[in-house]
Write a protein that binds this ligand. Structure first.
Ligand SMILES: [Zn+2]
Length: 352
């Protein structure tokens, strides 16, 4: 089994010497301090089921205006997915992978945590989530969100967490979100679906029919997730979680199924590209279809990267094929990186 830069070489065909300067290592004295090391992950999200994407207005498909480059003052309204929705799904997949990892090798995970944080192994199993507790108050039944982040797993180290009491420190997310834009007009992307009206409270189906605006399956969304100051194993773990993303929006319905594609990864000292730019150019070039879009994004990413190293592979497909067992060393190293980060941050905080 492999981890670190060797895993990048063996799994994705990367040149370790070329990409090493853009990664951090827990052996560094200033491991938790920020630098300009970045991993850009261009992601294509494909709707495989009708998508229900809303933001504030419960009736409307969420859309944004986009300027089409090279075409004098042409603006288009296109469907979009806000970054927090993508980040929420990413964190859920990270948790899922980590739960499976802990179930498979609890002693190895606890050894990794203990090696950096003595006495802080998971005593009652790995638990790290936001729990939603329904509770009775004056207004009736209200949901209280109780933060229950463990603060020492890779999901916490990468996505960040807020602490609820004094005497502790928050961790800022090192996963820079992006808005995902579909390079297709809203009119083309929308499919009206007629359903039985479902009562939101009891989830029983009444007789009334209603029309729902959904995003047509096959619609593609473009965005670029940027990782800041990550280790090689944290980056691979994140790629696995991006590859496993499978829902956006609807939690309990037949809607919302997605699949992701990552045609390349770019190492750099800043964000090289945004979903806004990619989608605008895809609109201008009228790119349609998954394979054409993958090639288009790859070409744009290579052009934007300039002299920065690009790892070109069908990364999401590769990561989906790899089992948790095959990624064991990568996940354990990422867990140790997370524990080391927590140890150093706590030490810095106690010195203040
Ligand atoms: Zn955690």
């Amino acid at each position: 089994m492999v981890a670190g830069l060797n895993a990048w070489k063996e799994l994705l065909g990367a040149n370790p010497q070329e990409i090493k300067p853009y990664f951090r290592s827990r052996q560094e004295k200033d491991f938790v301090l920020w630098t300009s090391k970045r991993v850009n992950i261009p992601v294509i999200i494909e709707a495989v089921k009708p998508l229900v994407i809303r933001h504030n207005d419960p009736e409307e498909v969420f859309s944004l205006d986009i300027e089409v480059p090279g075409q004098k003052s042409r603006m288009e309204t296109v469907p979009a997915i806000i970054g927090t929705k993508v980040a929420g799904e990413l964190r859920r997949r990270m948790h899922q992978i980590l739960r499976e990892a802990y179930k498979s090798w609890p002693d190895d995970v606890n050894r990794a945590v203990e090696s950096e944080l003595p006495g802080e192994a998971y005593k009652n199993g790995y638990e790290c989530s936001v729990t939603v507790n329904p509770r009775q108050d004056r207004q009736g039944l209200t949901e209280f969100v109780v933060p229950g982040y463990c603060k020492r797993c890779p999901a916490c180290a990468l996505m960040g967490y807020a602490v609820e009491t004094g005497g502790d420190v928050n961790a800022i997310s090192r996963v820079d979100k992006d808005t995902f834009y579909a390079p297709v007009t809203l009119a083309e992307a929308i499919a009206k679906i007629t359903r039985n009206k479902v009562d939101d409270v009891t989830f029983t189906t009444g007789q009334a029919l209603f029309e729902l605006n959904t995003i047509r399956p096959g619609t593609l969304f473009l965005g670029v997730i940027v990782l800041r100051d990550v280790t090689p194993d944290e980056a691979l773990f994140t790629l696995k979680a991006v590859a496993e993303m499978e829902r956006i929006g609807a939690a309990k319905t037949v809607f919302g199924g997605i699949k992701t594609y990552i045609p390349a990864v770019v190492f750099s000292h800043g964000r090289v590209l945004t979903g806004y730019e990619l989608a605008g150019e895809a609109l201008a070039s009228n790119i349609k279809g998954r394979d054409a879009m993958k090639n288009f994004v790859l070409e744009k990413v290579k052009a934007a990267a300039g002299k920065y190293p690009v790892v070109e592979a069908d990364i999401a497909e590769t990561m989906r094929r790899l089992t948790i067992e095959e990624l064991k060393d990568v996940i354990l190293e990422a867990w140790r990186d997370a524990a080391a980060r927590r140890r150093i941050v706590k030490q810095l905080a106690s010195k203040k």
